[in-house]
Ligand binder design. Sequence first.
Ligand SMILES: Cc1cc2nc3c(=O)[nH]c(=O)nc-3n(C[C@H](O)[C@H](O)[C@H](O)COP(=O)(O)O)c2cc1C
Length: 314
Amino acid sequence: MSNNAGRAAVTDLRVAFAGLALKNPVLAASGTFGYGVEFEDVVALDRIGGFIVKGLSREPMAGNPPPRLWETAAGMLNSIGLQNIGARAFVEEKLPRLRQMRNIVVIANVFGYTREDYEAAIQVLNEGEGIAAYELNVSCPNTRHGGITFGSDPRLLDEVVAAAKRVSRRPLIVKLSPNVTSIAEMARVAEAAGADVLSLVNTFVAMAIDPETRRPRIAHVTAGLSGPAIKPIALRMVYEAAHAVDLPVIGMGGISTASDVIEFMLAGAVAVEVGTANFWDPRATENIVRELEQWCAEHNVEKIADLIGAMKSD
Ligand SMILES: Cc1cc2nc3c(=O)[nH]c(=O)nc-3n(C[C@H](O)[C@H](O)[C@H](O)COP(=O)(O)O)c2cc1C
């Protein structure tokens, strides 16, 4: 017997798409990982595939009034209201520290309330060194069109993606809203407008009421539902989007274990994002990478990329 008997081979966890090369497919999701710097003493940032920073706008924003979080059965409602320090402060105050860290991938999440807001935020971020890509959050109300969210209307989605693509100096990931009738249609609209990659899902519009006080649990009344509660719906949407377009698709929604990651990859995702799990385990991303190595070794997977879209349907 050789010395290697019984020892599983090390799996190649690398994935590459749209000019991005990730050491593994596990990214931390926007809004659940701060600006990355807050996690440097908690997570080995060079062990995870990368992270997406909190959504950035052209100006700093204070967000919604409390209460803004509520735990539900297997999930979480949030109405943070896109509080952030603004694109300029990110470039000047956070990026210099991130640039000192070796071997990490930083993706900037961007949002706005008008097309011009998105363009202005991207133009500021274009000046910053050390950003691998942009992720466009289109689950935002368009204040010029009566508050309908960009990502829920094909015309608005087309307009904002095309505008962002025109000004962007980096690969453009369009993060789709799940609050639509046909995710396949929205995926195709984003592809035609110039998206390089799609990511989905953002949170589902939801709410909770306190029966004792008869008041909403969240001051803003409606909020975004995330966490394990949404996983099967998110998985279905990732599957549908991945089969509707030729673009790479990043999947997310309720991922908290290595086998969740495998499910999303089999459905067609090239990589995944982990969000709410970071709230109950700040090391979730790093732990999932370790579990993923183990899972792949146990299942004789040589290259994790071989699992992308490999669901059997016969
Ligand atoms: C507290 C909180 C804040 C979030 N902020 C953002 C954000 O700024 N931009 C964005 O695109 N998505 C944001 N999201 C959505 C997540 O990135 C992710 O799409 C969603 O939570 C689903 O994944 P999960 O079930 O793993 O959390 C936020 C989610 C939570 C829970």
